[in-house]
Design a protein around this ligand. Structure first.
Ligand SMILES: *Cc1c(COP(=O)(O)O)cnc(C)c1O
Length: 438
């Protein structure tokens, strides 16, 4: 067994064991929470060699922490990458994923069907770094090729786009990124590696908001970046000088030459976390490790419950349409069968007759569903994106992101499916009766 576990192990085994070993001093079997900031050097030479990145080890928890390191190894194993970086949130993971690639004037070409917060982050705040974001409709992968330019440094999509349940053609977009000589970055939050491993379909870098299914109980913000180690930075050295040209602050070492397949991950710790400081709390890493142990079991139930609720909603008279890739009626069903045959996840949308007003009423009328802005909790959640998560967007952006006025988003939890159906049935009846009476 290598330090990070046996690569031949199945997903369920890796989800429990990858990256972890009994704590050597006490024998503690569960990974301890290393709730500390700094680590004693053996001697002055050891300190110097750690600071010069000449050997791996722990200096200060902003750069690396032993609990986080277990999470990083485990997520890298689950996603099929070589290295990982745990960060404070999913949004921090997006910034950290792009930071080694971008510079002022550089551009990320992203799908226009993304989590609302990601559209905001890339469309508005990235400008303050001098980064450009260009959004294209991912339903035709050729749209990415059409807008490529000399400034393009990455393509970015979500494997399942939140909230509309859109599944993109990962292999087609990966091929365009490869031809363009830029990394393909995939946000895998909604699918999780149990449903889909984007790296198997050509992704170079995977980001996750661990806040959602990976931790799984709505307790802990977190994010992670996983790298394949396969992108040829040195072949595209002019585009990626941070990785492929000497770094003056580290005595002129070149990350891609010195660290090989671990160049990107080493940069993420030694530069990105050092300077941006978006480190994950070890307590949150520990809670996420605990969540990962049951990820396969939970995802199975999430998907089964979501399919049951989606099928039921599709036959309901108060419902106009249901957008769930697990349903044969979905235009994304064939892509779901190809990229995530185990299931389509547990987050989907449906169109409520009665539009904006009816949507606001429905979220107030349900009892078992919680009205809140999160997904991937053990509890079932409901949201009206147009009046909440997507309200800062323009009407066109909202429509493009699948968050129009009539749209209700559900994140189906692990409860008894019949109880979820009963709660929605009662609330839908109440909303339709009121609408009919007005
Ligand atoms: C929640 C989410 C994010 C942001 O994650 P945080 O942990 O909330 O920062 C990014 N992408 C997707 C798809 C998400 O669902």
């Amino acid at each position: 067994m290598s330090d990070s576990g046996d690569p031949a192990w199945g997903f369920e085994t890796l989800a429990i064991h990858a990256g972890a070993r009994p704590e050597p001093v006490t024998g503690a079997r569960q990974t301890p929470i290393f709730q500390n900031t700094s680590y004693v050097f053996h001697d002055a030479d050891h300190a110097a060699s750690l600071f010069n990145l000449m050997e791996p080890g722990f200096v200060y928890s902003r750069l690396a922490n032993p609990t986080n390191a277990v999470l990083e190894e485990r997520l890298a194993a689950l996603e099929g990458g070589v290295g990982g970086t745990a960060v404070a949130t999913g949004h921090a993971a997006q910034v950290l994923a792009l930071f080694p690639l971008m510079a002022p004037g550089c551009e990320v070409v992203a799908a226009n069907k993304l989590y609302g917060g990601s559209l905001n982050q890339m469309g508005n705040s990235f400008k303050k770094f001098g980064w450009k974001a260009r959004f294209v409709d991912p339903e035709d992968p050729e749209n990415f090729r059409r807008v490529l330019s000399a400034d393009t440094r990455a393509l970015f999509v979500e494997s399942i786009a939140n909230p509309g349940g859109v599944i993109v053609d990962l292999e087609a977009i990966a091929a365009i990124a490869r031809e363009a000589g830029v990394p393909f970055v995939v946000d895998n939050t909604m699918a999780t590696p149990w449903l889909c491993r984007p790296i198997d379909f050509g992704a170079d870098i995977v980001v996750n908001s661990t806040t959602k299914f990976l931790s799984g109980n709505g307790t802990s913000l977190g994010g992670a970046v996983v790298d394949t180690g396969a992108f040829p930075w040195l072949e595209h050295a002019d585009k990626f000088p941070s990785l492929a040209r000497p770094a003056p602050e580290y005595h002129g070492l070149t990350f891609a030459e010195t660290f090989g397949t671990l160049a990107y991950t080493t940069y993420a710790h030694a530069v990105s976390l050092r300077d941006l400081g978006a480190s994950q709390q070890p307590m949150n890493a520990w809670l996420t490790l605990l969540g990962l142990e049951t990820l396969p079991l939970r995802m199975e139930r999430h998907c089964a419950n979501a399919l049951a609720v989606a099928e039921w909603l599709e036959g309901h008279p108060a419902v106009d349409w249901v957008s769930y890739a697990g349903l044969p009626s979905s235009p994304y069903h064939a892509l779901q069968q190809r990229y995530m045959p185990r299931g389509a996840g547990s987050v989907f949308t449906f169109g409520l007759k009665g539009g904006y007003e009816a949507g606001m009423r429905l979220v107030e009328t349900v009892e078992l569903f919680s009205h809140l802005a999160n997904v991937g909790d053990a509890r079932s959640l409901i949201l009206h994106p147009a009046s909440t998560t997507h309200r800062q967007l323009t009407d066109e952006q909202r429509a493009a992101a699948g968050a129009g006025d009539d749209v209700i988003r559900l994140s189906i939890g692990l409860e008894t499916a019949a109880d979820l159906v009963a709660d929605l049935d009662r609330a839908l009846r109440a909303v339709s009766i009121r609408a009919a009476a007005e």
